[in-house]
Design a protein around this ligand. Structure first.
Ligand code: NAP
Length: 289
């Protein structure tokens, strides 16, 4: 397949390129190659005559989206619309990367693909609207991921949670992490492998949850980072400050897939992926147990 990846220098984009290059012709487009919110700029996609267009571009600083809703909707929503319309015209498959923030977080068990979204933030609303626009190309996959960590770090957020925790620990800073907000972490390498599998196995078009398996609170996630690395900072659990940030965040946004397992495409558990990431990043050695 000839596959265009938009956002090729991003955290997920970087691993998508590496993973998909094994067996496919991959063209990576950076932000200087394409502005997804601008339809004319998106016409560049036509030059590559792709079979698949993967859109990882997003404005995903959640609090900033509350302050800049026009930008959130321009990049996340209209961007998705532009990509879907051009893919459709080309007869190409659209892949849109979405988020657990399409849910309000009131469910007490992991959300599956069948659950009805009810976003509570501008970011979540803009991504859910983007999912709807993506439907305008019947040949589409929507992959929902969450709490992403990957070797490149999020360019839009300047790193990821794992690196933030390790940096704080190395500086001997006391660390407080919420233990009342639950999510399913996603290792970008694993999400990239899932997408490769979906494309190669030609799974039915539609929506897939593609986080790592299982879920944890942010405190438990931090604890496991230090458990694996052997770092021993002053880590304490805390409760979510209702006045923190401008955006409302779902208190429980764990995701589970009822669809991938039917096609033998299950992801690893989050602890196993975290260990693999820490090895890839050089924080621990391959043979550390
Ligand atoms: N990070 C998370 O925890 C998380 C959680 C759930 C879902 N997601 C979704 O996963 C996807 C990938 O996230 P990520 O962590 O890989 O993000 P990222 O590292 O910030 O990567 C996004 C990429 O898109 C590019 N980009 C941003 N705005 C653009 C625009 N208007 N036009 C064209 N390119 C643009 C960025 O380039 P520049 O940096 O040069 O602008 C960057 O290369 C996003 O759709 C996000 O909504 C992320």
């Amino acid at each position: 397949m000839r596959i265009v990846v938009i956002g090729s220098t991003g955290q997920l984009g970087t691993d998508l390129i590496k993973t998909l290059e094994d067996g496919h012709e991959v063209i990576g487009l950076t932000h200087s190659d394409i502005e997804v919110s601008d339809y004319d700029s998106c016409l560049v996609l036509k030059e590559y005559k792709p079979d698949v267009i993967v859109n990882t571009a997003a404005f995903h600083k959640t609090d900033q989206c509350e302050e800049e809703p026009l930008k959130a909707f321009a990049v996340n929503t209209l961007g998705a619309r532009n990509v879907a319309l051009i893919s459709k015209e080309l007869g190409a498959t659209t892949v849109f990367i979405s988020t657990d923030y399409v849910f309000d977080g009131t469910k007490k068990e992991p959300y599956t693909e069948e659950d009805i979204p009810a976003p509570i933030s501008t970011y979540g609303i803009s991504k859910l609207a983007a999912e709807h626009f993506t439907h305008q190309n019947p040949k589409h996959y929507i992959l929902r991921i969450a709490s992403v960590f990957g070797k490149a770090g999020a360019s839009g957020k300047g790193g990821n949670f794992v690196e933030t925790m390790i940096n704080k620990a190395k500086k001997n800073e006391p660390i407080m992490v919420v233990d009342d907000m639950w999510m399913s972490p996603t290792y970008t390498k694993d999400a990239a492998s899932v997408l490769k599998g979906i494309l190669e196995l030609q799974l039915p078009y539609g929506l897939y949850h593609a986080t790592n398996k299982g879920y944890c609170s942010w405190y438990q996630f931090a604890k496991e980072i230090f458990n694996i690395t052997g770092l021993n900072p002053d880590l304490k659990p805390t409760k979510t400050d209702p006045n923190y940030g401008k955006a409302k965040r779902p208190p429980f946004s764990a995701l589970a897939s009822t669809k991938l397992s039917k096609h033998n495409l299950e992801t690893r558990g989050w602890k196993e992926s975290l260990r693999a990431y820490l090895i890839e990043k050089g924080h621990i050695s391959q043979d550390s147990s």
